[in-house]
Design a protein around this ligand. Sequence first.
Ligand SMILES: [Zn+2]
Length: 170
Amino acid sequence: MSIFGNGIFGNKATGMVAGDGQGSAHTGTVEKSDAQWREELTPEEYHVLRQAGTERPYTGEYWDTHTAGVYQCRACGTELFTSNEKFDSHCGWPSFWAPLAEGKVRYIHDRTLGMDRIEVRCASCDSHLGHVFEGEGYGTPTDQRYCINSVSLRLVTSENATPGKAEPQP
Ligand SMILES: [Zn+2]
């Protein structure tokens, strides 16, 4: 049951900052004005990240990506998800069964559009990422699906992150 049972709604005070030790009780560490975000992000990124928009399914660059690597927040660069937790949900958006670590993302009860959902935001800059669903029957360790917009993420591949890559073979 994890976050749905009691974590995020019943126990907010301890849930928010658990895990990341030194952070203040304030939600974000990255704070920029709306004008700054508008300047730094593309219109599509701004719409999704700062206005909680949703990219159209099967149009984002990562929904069908299997490349190994780490997915960072497109807005602030915080590492949020990894390819290890990514799975094929066939829903048209990148799907993960868990974040890289608790504390990387925060959750907000979202009742817009006549639905009862849990919004997922970057804990560092408070940008909108997507929603998380549970109990859909996917064969993953958590039975949760973090349904995240591609445009909210930036994939940094393992290849780029590895220091000693491409050693020439004799
Ligand atoms: Zn962020």
